[in-house]
Design a protein around this ligand. Structure first.
Ligand code: UP5
Ligand code: MG
Length: 205
């Protein structure tokens, strides 16, 4: 990708921190293209004829990170498709085209390094934090209706562990590059939204 025409924000935070919810709000505010790595993997899992379906299902249920080649290919394809349907303007992404929120990725160091080297670099990492207790409560509530195979207490505990062991180092890595904006996601959806809107607005200004 021509990095002058594409703007990427990584959106990270623990399982149930509110990444997807806040991305939807930022799409309304600023017209981003929102790509959730987890949603792309779930779509691939259910795609007829996918050679990866069974493998993805197992990884997700166990809370493990799917081999990065699969996820990066899905993200790259989705970014290309979005740009093809609304190409970045000659003056870059000022009008909203070519702006991406990449949600739930990169969540392991190998993914971060490969994406930065081979796809493109992010401008910012939005990092939503709250307690495990709060995340567990949200996910169990959502699990009543989500149909997600990983919204059960056993899978959630595994997701928390993988998050601490594999994703926190990614946050530390980008912190060293001063790219991380940390937002306390314990407050109400609207309060968190106001903070996120403000942070992103400053980046785009
Ligand atoms: N909610 C949200 N904000 C709230 C607030 N402020 N107050 C009260 N309630 C709030 O929100 C979760 C729930 O909480 C919702 O019901 C919401 O209304 C409520 P949501 O916005 O969905 O949170 P989010 O952070 O998006 O939670 P999600 O469960 O999607 O996070 P995960 O990171 O666990 O899931 P993801 O889909 O990203 O990944 C799933 C799996 O895919 C991973 O475990 C892994 O196995 C696999 N994966 C990979 O292998 N590689 C990747 O690169 C990415 C994923
Ligand atoms: Mg999500």
């Amino acid at each position: 990708f021509d990095s002058s025409k594409v703007a990427v924000i990584f959106v990270l935070g623990g399982p149930g921190a509110g990444k997807g919810t806040q991305c939807a709000n930022l799409v309304q505010d600023y017209g981003f293209c929102h790509l959730s790595a987890g949603d792309l993997l779930r779509a691939e899992q259910n795609r007829e004829g996918s050679e990866y379906g069974a493998m993805i299902r197992n990884y997700i249920r166990e809370g493990q990170i799917v081999p990065m080649e699969v996820t990066i290919k899905l993200l790259e394809n989705a970014m290309r498709a979005a740009l093809a349907s609304a190409p970045a303007a000659a003056d870059g992404w000022a009008d909203g085209r070519g702006r991406f929120l990449i949600d739930g990725f990169p969540r392991k160091m190998d993914q971060a390094v490969k994406f930065d080297d081979e796809v493109c670099r992010s401008s910012l990492v939005l990092f939503f934090t709250t307690t495990e207790e709060e995340m567990l409560k949200r996910l169990l509530e959502r699990g009543k209706t989500s149909g997600r195979e990983d919204d059960n207490e056993e899978s959630i505990k595994k997701r928390f562990r993988v998050y601490k062991e594999q994703t926190m180092p990614v946050i530390a890595h980008y912190s060293k590059q001063s790219k991380v904006a940390t937002i306390d996601a314990t407050a109400t959806i609207e309060e968190v939204h106001e903070k996120a809107k403000d942070v992103v607005g400053k980046l785009l200004a």
